[in-house]
Design a protein around this ligand. Structure first.
Ligand code: HEC
Length: 173
């Protein structure tokens, strides 16, 4: 084999390997739907803030975000009931301590993403909300079967007068 041809073909092979590796890395693992068929809402990481909360019983910190319909309802005080099409996301991290400032509680280990999707007709059996939860960075769907929603719904029933929602949208200037 001609020497320069050998070098050229090696360069091409290395180049093709790099492209293949790039494709493999860019192919994100698909997130499986929850057992009730709800898919993880697209783009939720870019939604806007509705509120934050911290639970002292299990030492976790949460951000509550909303899609455009929910954020518009929250900003204009139209949240009882929340309009159809609203989606509320709750993202949960374990409490951690800031390394330079021990009295500052910050998000540590990522725990859960969970959602409430408003569709008064479709989800009439559970207060007009579809519930779904994914666990950990692997985003493992929560629940053995579709009945898991009873657990969610029953704990949200005390908030029936607030359309089953605990969160009160934050006040901002
Ligand atoms: C043991 C009680 C309990 C159960 C079970 C429960 N929740 Fe909640 N949920 C709460 C409380 C309390 C809050 C408000 C405090 C907070 O931010 O965590 C909340 C808040 C939420 C929020 C933010 C909107 C709101 O109502 O404030 C979402 C979304 C949510 N839960 C989804 C779910 C889903 C999905 C399930 C079932 C997989 C579930 N919840 C099960 C108690 C519960």
């Amino acid at each position: 084999m001609n020497k320069s041809f050998g070098i050229a073909s090696s360069v091409i092979i290395v180049f093709l390997c790099l492209i293949y590796a790039g494709i493999a890395v860019s192919q994100k693992k698909e997130v499986l739907p929850a057992p009730n068929g709800i898919h993880i809402p697209e783009g939720y990481k870019n939604w806007k803030l509705i509120s934050v909360s911290q639970r002292s019983d299990n030492n976790t910190i949460r951000a509550i975000l909303g899609n455009d319909v929910a954020v518009q309802a929250a900003r204009s005080g139209q949240t009882n009931p929340w309009p159809d099409g609203s989606i509320l996301a709750k993202i949960v991290w374990q409490d951690a301590i800031h390394e330079q400032w021990p009295t500052a509680t910050i998000p540590g280990k990522f725990m859960i993403t969970e959602f409430m999707l408003k569709d008064a007709k479709k989800y009439s059996a559970t207060g007009g909300w579809g519930f779904a939860r994914w666990l950990g960075l692997e985003q493992q769907p929560y629940g053995k079967n579709a009945d898991f929603v009873q657990e969610c719904y029953s704990c949200h029933i005390p908030m029936k007068k607030n359309d089953y929602v605990f969160t009160h949208p934050v006040i901002m200037p």
